[in-house]
Ligand binder design. Structure first.
Ligand code: FAD
Length: 486
């Protein structure tokens, strides 16, 4: 099946909107009666909504899952082009992420991971490009440079940030954490400007921008420290947790298991291609109307809609002021993630930074396609932002910013223009978490708001989405059982 989402380009076919994915659900709806009153309606079929819908339906609740798109997975989905999965959004997972690993084990997928990097052949080098030219390093030198630059950035306390974020799965921001949340990474870099070598500065800045998809000024320094803490306070940990292990069959091969299990319960009704327009709620339950004018009713609702598009839905009564303000501020991540299939086999083992002049900041060999070509993945963001489909020559030139390469195919999803995401993974500007983390997590009457964007642990990761979906289903089940709410 082909999703309306995503783009691909080849010389022969030109630019095409829509790419094939096993995450597209057919038939798009199994709604039998418009009059059913559900126990719970889940809006959003990303990992959070999928987890919530599965857990609630397995618990015996009558669940309706409504999704705006034609597919599951939300910001994590894979296209399948000529038998090869290109990850359009969320990709890498790690066994240190407890919620993700619980689910991988549940579906028996422990042996379906592979490592993105392959340093066994080809040029096997780290290419550091700046306006001054390209420097070449071994991967061991790359690791040492990245570790020293990130350690200097994070070392606010002489303990690599361990006293500032001692419990990275806690939702409590201590006064010190708040202080750093009100600081941007640009502020922190100004503090240590005399401690960094020019290369360390290039590495630190580009790595932070890879994490946030924003600018140095719009990146909360606390949230960077939070990622660092989750990753074991080391660069090696960052690689293991953030960019190393992915599913051989693509993310959609994981997500589809959640959906199938929920469906097999016999308690799941679903409707894709159903963007929700209005949500009325109160003591008597919830009434949801789609843009097409279809109305659905339920006792409870789990709203798994991302922060940056929450204000596009009309809530009656309106969203609580704190949540509304958080959604108005939004998160800052406008990551540009693009895949290229290139005929240069030697580049399978390159990693590279091209900064600050280039549109794509960070890139590396991510796989080998069935044709034996190299698959390169690259990331840009708000810094030198661009829309890949608007100027393909610019997009291709951004890949050449790492090294000369012969591009045969491009594949991407424009998350900035996506009306159901308006950005990539959550990354906050200074102050957002200190001011609104609690607001984003609070429930309102019969609605539980759940999303990776306000998870406590791996916030903005697949793990955080599953953490939130689990919490939402437990909360709703407790409601029905008359137990105390979480
Ligand atoms: P979403 O996946 O956004 O799900 C929300 C759903 O709500 C969507 O399906 C959306 O269509 C739907 N929706 C929105 N509005 C409406 C409406 N009005 N009516 C009905 N439905 C609506 N995480 C990792 O762990 N590892 C990674 O390597 C990684 N890389 C990433 C790279 C990119 C480019 C992106 C974009 C994200 C990445 N992430 C990664 C983050 C991860 O993908 C997300 O944190 C996670 O998938 C979010 O899940 P969610 O269910 O909370 O939200």
């Amino acid at each position: 099946m082909t999703s309306k989402d995503g783009y691909s380009w080849t010389k022969a076919q030109g630019l095409r909107a829509g790419v094939p994915s096993i995450g597209v659900i057919e038939p798009p709806s199994n709604v039998k009666s418009a009059d059913t009153v559900y126990d719970v309606i889940v809006v959003g079929a990303g990992y959070c909504g999928l987890t919530a819908a599965r857990d609630a339906s397995l618990a015996g609740l009558k669940v309706l899952l409504l999704e705006a798109r034609d597919r599951i997975g939300g910001r994590s989905w894979s296209s399948n082009i000529e038998g090869y999965p290109y990850e359009m959004g969320g990709t890498w997972v790690f066994w240190g992420q407890a919620n993700v690993w619980r689910e991988i084990a549940r579906y028996g997928m422990q042996d379906e991971l592979e490592i993105s990097y392959d340093f066994s052949r080809g040029i096997n080098k780290y290419l550091l490009s700046s306006p001054q030219g390209t420097q070449t390093f071994t991967h061991e030198e790359e690791d040492a440079l990245m570790q020293s630059s990130l350690a200097k950035l994070a070392n606010v306390d002489g303990c690599l940030g361990k006293t500032v974020v001692p419990f990275p799965h806690s939702g409590v921001l201590t006064p010190e954490a708040r202080k750093y949340d009100h600081m941007s990474v640009a502020d922190r870099l100004a503090e240590i400007k005399n401690d960094l070598t020019p290369n360390e500065r290039l590495c630190a800045e580009s790595f932070v921008l890879l994490c946030s998809g924003g600018t140095l000024e719009t990146t909360s320094f606390y949230e960077f420290l939070h990622w660092w803490a989750l990753s074991g306070y080391s660069y090696e940990g960052c690689i293991d947790y953030l960019v190393k292990y992915k599913f051989r069959g693509g993310q959609s091969s994981f997500a589809i298991n959640f959906f199938k299990e929920a469906l097999a319960s016999g308690n799941l009704t679903y409707a894709f291609n159903s963007p929700v327009a209005t949500i009325q709620h109160g003591g008597n339950g919830v009434q949801i109307t789609t843009r097409a004018g279809q109305t659905y009713k339920s006792a409870k609702m789990i709203c798994a809609i991302p922060l940056n598009v929450l204000n596009d839905v009309a809530f009656d009564p309106p969203l609580a002021p704190g949540r509304k303000a958080a959604a108005t501020t939004g998160h800052v991540n406008q990551c540009v993630k693009v895949h290229a299939e290139i005929s240069d086999r030697d580049l399978r083992s390159f990693t590279g930074i091209s900064y600050p002049h280039n549109g794509l900041i960070y890139g590396f060999g991510d796989g080998e396609t069935p044709a034996g070509n190299t698959h390169v993945v690259a990331f840009g963001g708000q810094h030198n932002h661009f829309h890949p489909e608007e100027n393909l020559e610019h997009t291709k030139a951004a890949f050449q910013g790492f090294a000369p390469m012969n591009i045969e195919r491009l594949v991407f999803h424009n998350w900035s223009k996506d009306e159901f995401a308006k950005g990539a993974w959550f990354f906050p500007a200074p102050g957002l978490l200190s001011t609104h983390l609690k607001d984003m997590r609070a429930r309102e009457s019969n609605i539980v708001f759940a999303c990776s964007d306000w998870a406590l642990g791996w916030r903005s990761f697949i793990d955080g989405a599953i953490e939130e979906g689990t919490r939402a289903a437990i909360t709703v089940r407790a409601d029905f059982a008359g137990r105390a709410k979480l």
